[in-house]
Ligand binder design. Structure first.
Ligand code: GLU
Length: 289
């Protein structure tokens, strides 16, 4: 079976050199392996994703000389598939609704921190501080019946009890040089969000469903997502999905050593192109031949 790679940008801004590196690396690895390259549009966040950014992604990638298979999978067209996965996790008793607003959560974290350090996830965000997990079934039903907005969370302790000792094969490198056979640490993320009222899925859930559905064998992405793989391994296990190989790559940094953002014009592909840069220049700038 041929290897299947994918590049999975979110259309919430224009692509920059960091995306170019990831896309070109996926392209080169797929070509060298005699494999396939898929493009997936990760547009679950309707408040931030825009059609013009999606069009620009196609344009910029084509300019770089990348070709991909069509039809392109757009996550916003598959909310039902993600909902079905949440139903499967719920049926295992691993999902609960929480009712705090973002402001409530910020206040709870401040209260917890006043009493000592409160744990943070690998991205630096505080773990969920609420107590919704212990609400009775009656209290949950009543709140939902009243139309209270809720967020669906994974009961991490129960999920880890169901699927412990998970590992993945890393051919790239983690933030502290981790590679080879890596032990997943999903508990470091706390009770992660699986779905919100305004977005009926989450990055973690849609990415594992799609990688499985699309037969992805090799996930090649930035090292900023290295520890997310812990959550992905857990969801794969709970949902009975196959496990791809992972290769996390270095991030391209700006002259000041900062991670690039979609609003940094200096490293935007459109800006570079307007200034006369060629695709070969882009390869050179990101250190690819
Ligand atoms: N959509 C994610 C991003 O743009 C990438 C997800 C992935 O490669 O797993 O950062």
């Amino acid at each position: 079976m041929p290897s299947v790679f994918r590049f999975a940008p979110s259309p919430n801004g224009h692509l920059h050199l960091g995306h170019a590196y990831s896309a070109l690396l996926n392209h080169d690895l797929a070509r060298d392996a005699g494999g396939r390259l898929l493009l997936r549009i990760e547009d679950i966040d309707a408040t931030r994703c825009r059609p013009e950014f999606e069009r620009a992604i196609y344009e910029d990638l084509a300019w770089l000389g990348i070709t991909w298979e069509t039809p392109v999978r757009r996550q916003s067209e598959h909310f039902a598939a993600y909902g079905a996965a949440i139903d499967r996790l719920s049926a295992q008793g691993l999902v609960y609704p929480s009712f705090e607003s973002r402001a409530d959560i910020a206040r709870l974290v401040r209260e917890r921190e006043a009493g000592g350090a409160w744990p943070r996830d690998p991205d630096g965000a505080p773990l969920y501080p609420g107590t919704a997990k212990s609400l009775s079934a009656e209290a949950r039903d009543r709140l939902i019946g009243q139309g209270a907005p809720f967020t669906l969370r994974l009961d991490m302790a129960a999920a880890c009890g169901r699927a412990g000792g998970l590992r993945w094969h890393e051919t790239g490198e983690g933030p502290a040089g981790e590679s080879g056979d890596v032990a997943a640490r999903p508990e470091a993320w706390g009770d992660v969000v699986l779905a919100r009222k305004e977005t009926p899925t989450s990055y973690h859930l849609s990415v594992v469903i799609d990688d499985a559905l699309q037969g992805v064998t090799d996930v090649v992405r930035g090292v900023d997502l290295f520890w997310s793989t812990s959550v992905h391994r857990l969801l794969q296990e709970l949902l009975g999905l196959p496990v791809p190989a992972y290769r996390h790559h270095r991030l391209i940094r700006d002259a000041a050593g900062q991670k690039l953002s979609k609003s940094t014009q200096a490293t935007g592909l459109r800006e570079l192109r307007a200034e006369g840069a060629s695709p070969a220049d882009v390869r050179r700038l990101v250190g690819l031949r």
